[in-house]
Design a protein around this ligand. Structure first.
Ligand SMILES: *Cc1c(COP(=O)(O)O)cnc(C)c1O
Length: 325
């Protein structure tokens, strides 16, 4: 049965919904709008703010004094969790995939500034993640804390609730209608929340996830499962399988590995709209949207919302890709 979950106010919400007429003209396609979740706050911003509003409410309800979470070296989720913890008076413990780099930059530098406890370990599979998370939780407990563990990307059904609200927020902002929403999809919680949200909307848009790491065969079922779990929390019907659209042709060599199309998308959006995208998520999602527009996938009279999920602090790490101006 549906049960109201508590939600903290961590983000600057609602985020703006902006028209992108110069980008739309450059592409010669549908009407384009950008949902600015890169402006949610929490040490710049990003999609994790909305998830953390639910996750950290739960942590506080459970009387947690520390939060343990996990991500890549340049994890936006870890940076935003560290910021939110400090705002709430909790202690952040971050498990980061890899070894400690000689140079601290991007999100990792921000994690250090927030004074998060960092634990570096190679996270080659789910078993390694579970093992290292358990170890870091034990360390937090040994430090005298009551730890609350948040999974990679904050992507469980509780976190995804933030994107059910976000879709409602968007549809309240956009007259007369939105036909398509494009969003970068990594651990899948953002896309899953948006898809669950379509189940309560009168005229739901199609939610397109552009994968940044997994193939459609892996990410699709994961998003479906999470969307169903999220819908159940709200007493909504589980979304049908054809609501889950995953585009997996824009990943390039792998997660967090730059592609030329991503670099070109970042430049184009910067130079037409004055908006910065990021190299790991939104640049690839925009590369996908650009490719589909150029391929004639949309009618001129359709409206497409590009969901800007943040990630800009990682841009500096990819400086050599922009060296030739
Ligand atoms: C985490 C993240 C995403 C992907 O969200 P998921 O819910 O993990 O799919 C997209 N963009 C940015 C900038 C992110 O940090």
């Amino acid at each position: 049965m549906a049960e109201k979950r508590r939600r903290l106010e961590l983000g600057f919400l609602p985020t703006p919904l902006q028209e992108a007429p110069r980008l739309a003209r450059a592409l010669g396609g549908p009407c384009l709008l950008v949902k600015r979740d890169d402006q949610t706050g929490l040490a710049t911003g990003g999609n994790k703010a909305r998830k953390l509003e639910y996750l950290l409410a739960d942590a506080m309800d459970q009387k947690a004094t520390a939060v343990v979470t996990v991500g890549d070296l340049q994890s936006n989720h870890c940076r935003m969790t560290a910021a939110a913890c400090r705002k709430l008076g909790m202690e952040p413990y971050l498990l980061l995939n890899g070894t400690r780099p000689a140079v601290l930059e991007g999100n990792l530098l921000l994690d250090v500034i927030f004074g998060a406890t960092l634990h570096f370990a190679p996270l080659d599979d789910a078993a390694a993640v579970d093992r290292e998370l358990a170890g870091l939780s034990a360390r937090a407990a040994a430090d005298g804390h009551r730890p609350y563990v948040i999974p990679m990307g904050g992507s469980n059904s509780l976190g995804a609730l933030g994107y059910v609200d976000a879709l409602r927020e968007l549809l309240g902002q956009s007259a007369p209608r939105v036909d398509h929403v494009f969003v970068a999809s990594g651990s899948g919680g953002t896309q899953a929340g948006l898809i669950a949200g379509t189940m309560e909307a009168a005229r739901p848009p199609l939610i397109h996830g552009v994968s940044v790491s997994r193939t459609r065969d892996t990410l699709g079922p994961r998003v479906s499962q999470l969307a169903a779990e999220t819908a159940v929390l709200l007493g909504l019907a589980p979304p049908p399988a054809d609501h889950v659209l995953v585009h997996d042709g824009y990943i390039g060599p792998g997660y967090a590995m730059m592609t030329e199309a991503c670099r070109d998308a970042i430049r184009l959006v910067a130079r037409t709209e004055g908006i910065l995208l990021d190299p790991v998520y939104t640049g690839k999602a925009m590369a996908g949207l650009i490719d589909l527009i150029r391929g004639g996938r949309f009618n001129r009279d359709e409206t497409v919302v590009f969901w800007h999920t943040g990630g800009v602090p990682a841009l500096q790490v990819y400086r050599e890709w922009f060296a030739d101006a």
